[in-house]
Design a protein around this ligand. Sequence first.
Ligand SMILES: [Zn+2]
Ligand SMILES: [Zn+2]
Ligand SMILES: [Zn+2]
Length: 89
Amino acid sequence: MACNHLSEIDPDLAPRVDGVCEECVKEGTTWVSLRVCKTCGHVGCCDSSPRKHARAHYADTGHPIIGPVSNLPSDWLWCYPDDTYVERD
Ligand SMILES: [Zn+2]
Ligand SMILES: [Zn+2]
Ligand SMILES: [Zn+2]
């Protein structure tokens, strides 16, 4: 199944914050890995983290696609509504 959400994102968007999940910092919890929202640059923690703030951000905003914070051209993208990895063009 193809993902139709790539038009909603900027794959080269820079993370809004550097190296932390701001919501975890506020709540005093820790995270495993960080994910960047490719629509707005929000940084949240991954689904292996206790609080899953990247997924919570999707639930709140509907922003569909995340990637790792490293932002290399070879990085994967993940689409929440399609529940699948997305191929870059
Ligand atoms: Zn999609
Ligand atoms: Zn978090
Ligand atoms: Zn977002």
